[in-house]
Design a protein around this ligand. Structure first.
Ligand code: FPP
Length: 239
């Protein structure tokens, strides 16, 4: 894991919130909003290379989202399957490397196979790194990481004294990614909802009122532009 404060290789992470309200405002079922949200993912992803956004991480389904109705959960899972089936070849051809973070154990085996296949299909790509957080929660991730770390200590592969802030992130799902530079949350809510808690220690945050299905590439460009106006200090005094 590395910080990349100055480079053009930005890492933007997005909490895509507001699909349900967007649908309800139109008198439609919540899933209608999730489908509209999926179209925005493609649009925002396409804007990344021109903006110097090399890493895009999106929060698609949290460890807490299982509390939604069974029909919404099933609809979302089917949307993820269809998104992967429909987009896999286009993503591969466009130079997108796709990764998934989160705990796969609770996910349907058919979906997990599609996820594995898409990761393998795109592993040689490097234009944009799209990371999809699916059954992801930061606390769960840190707990799983700590469990593996403890196993390495118990097996004598790691000394307790060697556990520090460089070692622990190697066990996180995001071990191959830089830390996010910018975290965006749509829909007017100012919460981080268990998303990339360790990784975003020095991220800049943007909370925008737009509901995710209305979040256009043009707005994405503006938000990234605002990020560039900010001075990042990483705890130091201004230079
Ligand atoms: C939060 O809005 C959104 C989600 C829990 C699902 C996010 C999923 C997508 C945008 C679908 C597309 C994703 C991929 C990877 C194809 P909400 O339902 O909580 O909205 P609300 O707060 O208005 O109810």
């Amino acid at each position: 894991m590395k910080d990349n404060p100055e480079s053009g290789d930005l890492h933007v992470a997005i909490i895509m919130d507001g699909n349900g309200r967007w649908a309800q405002k139109r008198g439609k079922p919540r899933l209608f909003g999730h489908h509209a949200g999926a179209r925005r993912v493609s649009e925002v992803l396409e804007a990344c290379p021109d903006l110097g956004v090399k890493y895009l991480t999106i929060f698609a389904f949290s460890t807490e989202n299982w509390k939604r109705t069974q029909s919404e959960v099933a609809g979302l899972m089917s949307l993820f399957r269809r998104y992967i089936e429909r987009e896999a070849h286009r993503l591969a051809e466009k130079g997108v490397r796709v990764r998934f973070i989160g705990d796969r154990v609770r996910l349907d085996q058919k979906l997990v196979k599609l996820m594995d296949d898409l990761e393998a299909l795109t592993e040689g790509n490097d234009l944009v790194h799209l990371t999809i957080a699916l059954n992801y929660g930061s606390r769960d991730e840190v707990a799983r990481a700590t469990r593996r770390l403890a196993q390495d200590v118990a097996a004598g592969r790691l000394a307790p004294g060697d556990v520090d802030e460089e070692t622990l992130p190697r066990y996180l799902d995001t071990c191959l990614l830089p830390d996010p530079d910018l975290v965006i949350r749509t829909s007017g809510e100012a919460r981080i909802s268990n998303f990339l808690l360790w990784q975003s220690a020095y991220a800049e945050y943007e909370f925008v009122d737009t509901l995710w299905p209305d979040f256009s590439a043009a707005e994405f460009v503006k938000v990234v532009g605002r990020y560039h106006q900010r001075e990042r200090r990483f705890g130091a005094v201004p230079g």
